[in-house]
Write a protein that binds this ligand. Structure first.
Ligand SMILES: Cc1ncc(C[n+]2csc(CCOP(=O)(O)OP(=O)(O)O)c2C)c(N)n1
Length: 379
């Protein structure tokens, strides 16, 4: 029998997992290089983003899993509830369970000790693997996630790896960055906005053919639905801040072009999603940042983009090179047409006035939207 780390890889492979989103934990440092070598890996900057990326990948036909530290579950709960559980989206989450076994870091203990109770309370199923002999239970956890279309957390005690002979991690192989220079020249004028979000979406919808569109939580979804409902539209019902991550997962697993309608408040909640997007650099992804300087869906409370933060500069700073700023109907039409006509990751910053249309609620349930969308992607 091989090491526990090798057994984990074998079980993931037997289950045909084809993408693994990761964020490191010291206790699994010998497992992580095996993940890198055996799977299409998405290195995350925040675990919550992995929920969005994996959901997008799953809806486009992929079979993702996550490998993280258990602390990450603390910042994933809302997304697990309002995306995976609300929309029946499976996800096996392999979590290195800290705080409970030979733990040297005091700060790991409160969350680690309460984690089973938190997961129970949240209605999230989990399996505890606290001995190498129980590794076969990982197979059950993955099967349960995909058969019952729900997240399943597999908590790995550090005891599992304790006697392992696996030494894939080596300090000698650490990547030391080469000297490099940074040269961003950026001059930008934020013109006085002329349109509200509804006008911008109305400029985009006639340009759509067989592209995927993912719309941000709240009024943007209702406006897209009212203007042009399509089977290839994905409407978000929760998981604020994850729309661009869902778009990334879709873009990585689908041949189609993907247009994300994000918002300033939502981008600011998870700006690091832009780093992951830049790193993966999918040529079929366009992020349209509908920047009305406000949390429009909750009453147009001002965000920092109304006064000083420039979202296009943020995107550039995160490593997205192909960006453009527009504020008119023609500007939106040209920018989106150009993006759909080229194979290049694009970020379109649309400067808007705050304000909502009175578009009604979407008369479809989250599960109906998800199933309809996945059926359309299979065609
Ligand atoms: C974690 C979380 N915090 C707050 C909310 C409430 N909320 C829903 S939509 C929204 C505003 C989103 O603003 P933005 O992304 O700028 O989009 P806009 O509505 O302006 O188009 C807020 C604060 C939420 N759903 N989830």
């Amino acid at each position: 029998m091989g090491s526990p780390e090798e057994s984990v890889i074998e079980i993931l492979q037997q289950n045909e997992i084809d993408m693994v989103a990761t964020l490191p934990c010291d206790r699994i440092k010998n497992l992580l290089p095996l993940i890198t070598n055996n799977f299409f890996e998405i290195p995350l900057t925040r675990e919550e983003n992995g929920i969005g990326i994996c959901a997008g990948a799953y809806m486009a036909g992929g079979k993702p899993a996550m490998v993280i530290q258990s602390t990450g579950l603390g910042n994933m709960i809302n997304a697990l509830e309002s995306l995976n559980i609300t929309c029946n989206i499976p996800l096996p989450i392999l979590a290195s369970w800290r705080g409970v076994y030979k733990e040297g870091i005091e700060a790991q203990k409160p969350l680690g000790e309460h984690l089973p109770g938190i997961l129970d309370g949240a209605g999230i199923v989990y399996t505890i693997i606290d001995d190498p002999d129980k590794l076969y239970q990982l197979d059950y956890g993955i099967l349960d996630a995909y058969e019952n279309m729900r997240p399943h957390v597999i908590l790995f005690s550090p005891k599992v790896w304790e006697g392992s002979t696996c030494t894939t991690w080596s300090e000698k192989e650490l990547v030391v960055p080469e000297e490099r220079s940074l040269d961003i020249t950026f001059k930008s004028t934020i013109q006085k906005p002329q349109m509200i979000r509804f006008d911008a979406i109305a400029a985009i919808t006639p340009l759509l053919d067989d592209e995927i569109v993912v719309a941000n939580i709240g009024v943007p979804c209702k406006e897209l639905y009212a203007l042009r409902d399509r089977d290839l539209n994905y409407y978000m019902f929760g998981s604020m801040g994850l729309v661009s991550s869902i778009g990334l997962g879709l873009a990585l697993k689908s041949e189609r072009k993907v247009v994300v309608l994000d918002g300033d408040g939502s981008l600011l909640m998870n700006p690091n999603a832009l780093v992951e997007i830049a790193r993966m650099d999918p040529s079929n992804l366009t992020i349209v940042a509908l920047d009305n300087g406000a949390y429009g869906s909750t009453g147009s409370q001002e965000t920092v983009t109304a006064k000083f933060l420039d979202l296009e500069l943020l995107a550039r700073g995160c490593g997205i090179e192909n960006t453009v700023k527009v504020h008119t109907k023609e500007g939106v039409e040209n920018a989106v047409s150009n993006a759909l006509g080229t194979d290049r990751l694009t970020f379109i910053h649309v400067v808007l006035k705050p304000g909502n249309s009175d578009s009604p609620n979407i008369p479809l349930s989250p599960v109906e939207v998800t199933e309809r969308f996945m059926d359309a992607l299979r065609c």
